[in-house]
Design a protein around this ligand. Structure first.
Ligand code: PLP
Length: 389
């Protein structure tokens, strides 16, 4: 293997780069999770996460990936055979739909072209048509990580309200939390799902649910047969800062530090930073003469940009060249987008020069692939130099 000096550039849309401060925080002896010192850590993490989710209601933390938090949202609030409306925004929405189907839920999947957020008009039509109120939940992916399209959660909420529909609103905020405003209470979301390895700047390993009173009511009345994912023992133990089973203690050290970093920067500034880096990246893409996958400017993702390769060019060949020559990992095309796109993550622990480095690597890679790119990097740098940080 060729020797690599310097740091690897991890520019995928999650897992993201873990700040040194967070790594140092994780690097401490594990303590007794039933001992007196643990409760302070548990309560600090739960309290900080409530702030990040924009909720005064409950948040639970599972030792899990995001998929575990998806499953927890479904099995606590629904029961086998319940009808769920989901929106096809891309690969992750499709995976969540497959999980729901496997669990025994009756899923209606509102079609999408993987270049837009959730189709609000089509959702509205389904809700209007559901006269006998059979739809128990509506589930959407806020930021579709496979396409770089952001769905309008508030508009979805308004659609539910306009239809006077009782369905729960479940939102996957896995790659939007701590990158874009996610306002669980204000937007009337019933379960917001997230995990550690994206905007929270942690390694993979923690899954989250923010839970409304209505969702908790459904969980208390029924839900699936469940054990590990059951919110009830979790909430009972969390009240004093503890967990019903062994928590990911060292990840919680990291979470407490990451939350401190987010609050020191200020969440509005964190969101502005992501949005600015998104705009700089899109300027670079256009400067190269390439196309941003997301078709609707109002749905551009501040967390990542998916870039369409010109016909006849394989995005994975470009990624391979960039990895071998410049030691940078870019996101691959997932599902039906395999080989057609590459994704640039600009979320988490990130600054102007991280982005400049990433864009330089892409521009050089495009050149090596014979694509003769324009000076997209220059366009991005001009923007970064002038647009307020
Ligand atoms: N939802 C979205 C939007 C994601 O981006 C991902 C992973 O990247 C997932 C769900 C699944 O999360 P995990 O791979 O941690 O299970």
């Amino acid at each position: 293997m060729t020797h690599r000096s310097g740091r690897h550039f991890l520019q995928i849309p999650g897992p993201t780069n873990v700040p040194d401060r967070v790594l140092r925080a994780i690097d401490h002896p594990t303590i007794d999770h039933r001992g007196p010192n643990f409760a302070e850590l548990g309560l600090a993490c739960l309290c900080g996460m409530r702030q990040v989710f924009g909720t005064e209601q409950h948040v639970v933390i599972f030792p899990s990936s995001g998929s575990g938090a998806w499953e927890a949202a479904l099995v606590n609030t629904l029961k086998p055979g319940d009808k769920v409306l989901m929106a096809e925004t891309g690969h992750f929405a499709t995976l969540w739909k497959e999980m729901a189907t496997q669990l025994g839920l009756a899923v209606e999947f509102v079609p999408g072209d993987w270049r837009h957020g959730a189709d609000i008009n089509a959702i509205a039509a389904r809700l209007e048509a559901d006269r006998d109120g059979r739809i128990a939940a509506l589930a959407i992916v806020h930021n579709e990580t496979s396409t770089g399209c952001l769905s309008q959660v508030q508009a979805v909420r308004q659609t539910l309200d306009a239809a006077g529909h009782h369905a729960l609103l479940l939102v996957d905020a896995i790659s939007s939390l701590a990158c874009v405003a996610c306002r669980h209470d204000e937007w009337g979301v019933d379960v917001t799902v997230s995990c550690s390895q994206k905007g929270l700047m942690l390694p993979p390993g923690l899954g989250f649910n923010a839970i409304s009173a209505k969702a908790l009511g459904r969980a208390e009345e029924g839900g699936f047969q469940r054990s590990y994912w059951d919110w009830r023992p979790m909430l009972a133990n969390n009240a004093n800062g503890y967990f019903p089973y062994t928590p990911a203690t060292n990840m919680l050290y990291g979470l407490r530090e990451a939350l401190d970093m987010l609050f020191e920067e200020g969440l509005p500034n964190v969101f502005a930073r992501h949005s600015r880096h998104g705009e700089a990246t899109r300027r670079a893409v256009r400067g190269w003469g390439l196309e941003v996958l997301c078709r609707n400017p109002e749905e551009y993702s501040p967390s990542l940009t998916a870039v369409l390769m010109p016909q006849g060019h394989d995005a994975d060949a470009l990624r391979k060249t960039i990895l071998e020559r410049f030691d940078m990992s870019l996101g691959t095309g997932l599902g039906r987008l395999a080989g057609k796109i590459f994704r640039i993550g600009h979320l988490g622990h990130y600054n102007d020069l991280t982005l400049a480095g990433a864009l330089s690597g892409v521009q050089m890679g495009l050149g090596l692939q014979g694509l003769k790119p324009g000076d997209g990097l220059g366009a991005a740098l001009d923007y970064l130099a002038t647009a307020n940080a």
